[in-house]
Design a protein around this ligand. Structure first.
Ligand SMILES: *Cc1c(COP(=O)(O)O)cnc(C)c1O
Length: 421
């Protein structure tokens, strides 16, 4: 459920007409709903109410400071995957003991910065990385809290580019070798093993792959405890999917996911961490765009938008489907016609949808891409020197620009000219 609904013939974000924001900010822009994202966070938090837990928002999905502050005020932890994200989380006021550090290639400098600023745990992805954490922490005279990310070799049944839990993926330590690597972790100085980590992929629309993975984690927990390790935390990753297309079957709900976690690992008495990103922010965000031209081509019609692949890359990169709806509600019974919906960038890949049935649309109209909050603004670029797309946050009847659109001069002045020119 989200808070983008039609009222009196126009699309609202909570209590603000989207068209009013567009008039103030100019299209294209991302638009987030506070009520929706808080609601999603609370659904996860409540789904784990049966035991000690921390919901660590995977901030790579959308990392604006205002979004992080909104979630931090709800008690969220953060899952970061780079030194930059760690700095963002700290800047938003998230205490180090609520930040977990994931990612396959943490550098020595990133590890040191996190140890200095405070960190709940590193989710270690490989033996070489574990040794570097040990060296950095020992040199600082501290113990780094770690989990090892195990790769359970399960098929997440999602898009190949976002599946991470098969043995051929670059992520984690093969679960079959886990006991050996934990034994090394226990021998190395500067490390404190606190638990196990797993994350099998993104946009999962079934619970079964989670069930397989978490069952393996439960078995591993018992085996590691028998080996003498103290396993007090299980970080079960993120990945629960959202409905992108209206026609899709609804993916599982956080409550069912929470019950599955309780069923598979609840008996172990561990503190549970989860790292949802997409489900918290995905349906809490729209990309609002203006129609520049309606072009009648040979055999097909094009809607040429002012948003492009540089603003929302998911359709080009993951063949993703986004619902695209008019901001002014279509008249009841309006006739639908097929359009190819494209951006102005000079690549055929700059296509959002082909043959999409739309009500009558004219140049100057506004449309909204639904479910654009996750992996939208964070993946935007300035390709074609199109200014980085702004972000706006709505809260009840208020809205605020939370990242302004840079001017052409801002963009140009980021370049520096060498002396010889
Ligand atoms: C990307 C990622 C997540 C979040 O995945 P979602 O599908 O957005 O929930 C969580 N944990 C790790 C380690 C990730 O890489």
């Amino acid at each position: 459920m989200d808070h983008f609904l039609y009222r009196d013939g126009q699309l609202y974000a909570e209590d603000v007409p989207v068209a009013e924001i567009a008039a103030a900010v100019g299209a294209p822009f991302y638009l987030y709903s506070t009520a929706t994202l808080v609601r999603h966070f609370r659904l996860f938090d409540e789904a784990l109410d049966w035991g000690p837990h921390l919901v660590c928002y995977a901030m790579k999905a959308a990392s604006n400071q205002a979004i992080l502050k909104t979630l931090a005020a709800e008690g969220a932890g953060m899952d970061v995957v780079s030194g930059g994200e760690y700095a963002r989380a700290k800047a938003a006021g998230v205490p180090g003991d609520r930040i977990v550090f994931s990612g396959v290639g943490k550098t020595g400098a990133e590890i040191r910065a996190a140890l200095e600023g405070g960190i709940r745990q590193f989710n270690v992805e490989s033996e070489p990385e574990m040794r570097v954490i040990s060296e950095v922490a020992s040199a600082m005279g501290v113990d780094a809290p770690i989990t090892l990310r195990v790769n359970p070799d399960v098929d997440a049944k999602t898009h190949a580019k976002i599946a991470t839990g098969k043995s051929e993926n670059k992520f984690g330590i093969p679960i079959a070798r886990a006991r050996e690597v934990y034994a090394e972790a226990a021998r190395l100085p500067g490390l404190k093993v606190v638990g196990i980590d797993v994350h099998i992929g993104s946009q999962l629309t079934q619970l079964e792959p989670f069930e397989q993975a978490y069952t393996k984690v439960a078995e591993l927990t018992e085996a590691l405890r028998a080996d003498g390790h103290e396993i007090t935390r299980l970080d079960l990753g993120g990945g629960l999917g959202i409905p992108y297309a209206r026609s899709n079957e609804a993916p599982p709900l956080p409550t069912d996911y929470g019950a599955l976690i309780q069923r598979t690992v609840g008996h172990l008495g561990c503190e549970i961490e989860i790292e949802p990103g997409r489900l918290i922010i995905g349906n809490a965000g729209l990309l609002v765009s203006g129609v520049i031209y309606v072009k009648h081509g040979e055999g097909r019609d094009f809607l040429i938008l002012d948003a492009a692949m540089n603003d929302l890359i998911r359709p080009a990169m993951y063949d993703a489907h986004h619902e695209i709806v008019p901001v002014k509600e279509a008249a009841p019974g309006a006739e639908l016609s097929p359009y190819d919906i494209v951006g102005p960038v000079c690549e055929t890949g700059d296509t959002f949808a082909k043959g999409r049935l739309m009500p009558p649309v004219a140049a100057g109209d506004l449309v909204a891409f639904r479910s654009a909050g996750a992996y939208g603004a964070v993946m935007a670029s300035e390709y074609n020197t199109r200014p980085l797309v702004p972000e706006v946050l709505v809260h009840g009847d208020q809205f605020a620009v939370i990242r302004p659109r840079p001017t052409f001069d801002d963009i140009i002045n980021r370049d520096t000219i060498p002396e010889w020119l």
